[in-house]
Design a protein around this ligand. Sequence first.
Ligand code: ADP
Ligand code: MG
Length: 308
Amino acid sequence: MLKVENLSFTYNSKNTDATILSNIDFTISKGEHVSIMGESGSGKSTLLKLIYGEYDLTEGHIFWDDTEILGPKYNLVVGYDFMKYVAQEFDLMPFITVEENIGKYLSNFFPKEKKERVAELLEVVELTSLAKTKVKTLSGGQKQRVALARALAKQPEIILLDEPFSHIDNFQKQSLRRSVFNYLKQNNISCVVATHDSEDVLAFADKMIVLHDSKIIANQSPQELYKNPRIPLIASFFGEFNLINDQVVYAHQLQMVEKSDLKVIVNRNYFCGHYYLISAHTEYDIIFFENRTALEENSEVFLEVVQQ
Ligand code: ADP
Ligand code: MG
């Protein structure tokens, strides 16, 4: 189990105004999958690096079971065998092949096992066809997948992933996400993913930790946060929304009706595949709602909140 206790961190300890993280407390059980979410600059990457032991904490403690994770001041070699970390900027060996990179830390005394293991990992990250390709010729997204496979090679107990799919195009992202996260669950590997992309999270995370103003402002399941997002920042992870009487109302929770108290004028239709997102306005506000068909601009329609 990962335990983060009362963690605070400032990059330059002389400048205490620049606190990046303060009073951070949470636990992650074995096999649990947790997402760290928050705006750009909210400290997601910093938190992962602290868990990995890359910096010394300003305050607090981090434990994996009974082992305290120590920063460079107390630990000669950063990192532990039970934990792997894939940074936002992954560093691979450019002049050797994909399979050589993935197998780099696997023992050569077991050539058959090594070969099988590398083949299995190539499948998880969907790179089998590029096994013999030199890494320097790969795209950013392909390199990201090699880095993922290399981190998994010596089965860690916990893996830290920083924006793991950020360089991968949408076409491959969906199936790769399923493949990687299913692999982690099947092998009971705890996983901490820093991301600003809620698609990395909603279907996969057991818990979402939301960082804001250097603090944790939420630590719940995606389902719980979706039902009760409390604040616009959290609601924004689940799609377009409105604030009506200080309540979050998702765009899909507004439905057109014959007559209601909420009269709006249509501004614009945005095609979204099986529905249109429609922006409209009242006297005071812009309102977003969804409809199966496009609506005439400047037409007047009535909306009602439906619970879904
Ligand atoms: P996120 O990953 O959520 O975008 P980061 O953890 O990268 O956020 O950064 C959090 C804050 O810490 C930002 O304000 C960033 O400018 C600052 N920061 C990040 N790395 C360093 C560093 N090595 N030295 C000083 N400040 C840093
Ligand atoms: Mg980051």
